[in-house]
Design a protein around this ligand. Sequence first.
Ligand code: SF4
Length: 206
Amino acid sequence: MSGMSAQPDFIPLAMLNALAYCPRRFGYEFIQAEMLLNEHVVEGLLRHQGVDLGGSAWNGEAVQERRVYVWSERLRVAGFCDLVESRGGEHYPIEYKNGRPGRWHNDHVQLCAQALCLEERSGVRIERGYIFYFATRRREEVVFGAELRTATERVVAEAHRLAATGELPPPIDHPAKCRECSLEPMCLPNELQLLRTAPAWEGDAS
Ligand code: SF4
């Protein structure tokens, strides 16, 4: 953290995933650091054990480096790539995710941010990366096109802005996302929505 303010110097890459999903989720996981250790999180951590050990190894034609620390001075973000694979002169990040491909592209933002860091460190453009989903046991290719790069940089800028406020953003009005969110029992988006829309209590008129 910076000495003069609550604003962090660097935002962790995984927190960009949270913010791309929901600003309030970012608020809990980063600003308030109150991540619920529920079964989804625990299972995710266990799944990650196979790729959390670090080191590099040949896999067929590819060299795979595990747990690679990357950062960007320009964007002020930092974190780990689960895997960086080099094959045929190309290198690219691979992220491992519990569950199946999501509908919201937050995993894509996290992976693209990893690529932006790798590009800044290596000076070589990275065209694509991959996300491996344990539920489907398949790699999804993610192309780092202009739209995803712009979206990722916007998320980074928003992360710094929100972190500087130090405040927990309000719930989003998105029932489908909230249903799939592990923080729902703590966040109570429906209850807060009811409170917001309930008529104000007028108190005792006497
Ligand atoms: S429950 Fe909904 S509003 Fe709350 S953190 Fe999750 S996605 Fe965001």
